[in-house]
Ligand binder design. Structure first.
Ligand SMILES: [Zn+2]
Length: 53
């Protein structure tokens, strides 16, 4: 049970909607994290998709 609580805490932190690229808070960040595995907002996702590093 303690482990579950810690796990939830970690997930909550991951789902804070803060883009790792521009540090903006956007609800698309969580969507992209779940769908693509990247913690990025839609605008950063677009630039990464168009201009991959
Ligand atoms: Zn961004």
């Amino acid at each position: 049970m303690i482990d579950d609580k810690e796990k939830n805490k970690k997930i909550e932190k991951e789902l804070d909607n803060i883009c790792e690229e521009c540090k903006y808070i956007d609800e698309s960040v969580t969507e992209n994290l779940i769908l693509l595995g990247y913690k990025l907002c839609n605008s950063c996702k677009t630039s990464k998709t168009l201009f991959p590093l």
